[in-house]
Design a protein around this ligand. Structure first.
Ligand code: HEC
Length: 209
């Protein structure tokens, strides 16, 4: 038997998929949007003024990033993210979400990065609507999405997407792109609060913005 939460998950996944299939959701449908949904659905626009990074080197803080072309694994990761993670909601929810997972070889390594970020950039941890920094936050998110009924995400694909989200997102949100990221997120939160006050309060109450 399904647990209560799996039930709700299955139902909301079905509802989200139905919305995409049928066009805009009816006004009667509960608002299940997130601030990230209001942002750009393309990475080029989300990272405006901040060129996507070259491959993750594993070091941190990242050395100066250039607009060097992505290696094949990141290109595949980007393509899969748009295709798979844009199926039930748009890729905007992914590119503009507050989740930020640092680069690193493993969880302890990433915890070390988080400890130095806490020392060097305390502001990252005082704006919960802008950053949610955890050592495996994208990994767990991708696993949760892939486990939804009919997610269409094959096992190997989830890993490729996860590695892409870390390599792309860490420098953009925690590295040199951090102040542009803060500006973008704050503008999305402001708009969300103005346009969808009920949903804003609902998410705020559960620390879910
Ligand atoms: C089968 C449909 C489906 C697919 C495919 C899907 N999502 Fe989702 N996603 C949902 C639903 C439904 C929600 C809202 C409920 C929830 O968070 O569990 C959601 C919520 C989210 C959230 C917001 C979570 C939060 O708590 O703030 C993020 C981020 C996200 N998805 C990322 C992704 C990524 C990354 C992928 C691709 C690996 C993906 N989604 C693929 C259905 C899907």
């Amino acid at each position: 038997m399904l647990q209560g939460s799996s039930w709700r998950l299955a139902l909301s996944a079905a509802a989200a998929a139905a919305c995409v299939a049928a066009g805009p959701c009816s006004a009667a449908a509960a608002d299940s949007s997130y601030p990230a949904d209001l942002g750009p659905a393309s990475l080029a626009a989300a990272a405006k003024g901040w060129p996507p990074p070259p491959p993750a080197s594993g070091e941190h803080p990242a050395p100066a990033r250039t607009a060097a072309p992505w290696p094949p694994a990141l290109k595949t990761g980007y393509r899969l993210t748009v295709a798979r993670c844009g199926r039930c909601h748009t890729p905007a929810r992914v590119f503009n979400h507050r989740y930020a997972e640092p680069e690193g070889k493993n969880v302890p390594d990433k915890e070390d990065v988080i400890a130095s970020l806490k020392a060097d950039h305390p502001g990252f941890f005082q704006a919960p609507g802008v950053w949610q920094i955890e050592a495996d936050v994208w990994k767990l998110c991708v696993e949760r999405m892939a486990a939804m009924p009919a997610s269409g995400i094959k096992p190997g694909e989830g890993r490729t997407i996860w590695l892409f989200l870390v390599a792309e997102g860490a420098p953009r949100k925690l590295g040199e792109g951090a102040s542009a990221w803060k500006t973008l997120r704050e503008s999305l939160l402001k708009r969300f609060k103005a346009e969808r006050p009920g949903r804003y309060r609902e998410l705020e109450a559960v620390d879910g913005l």
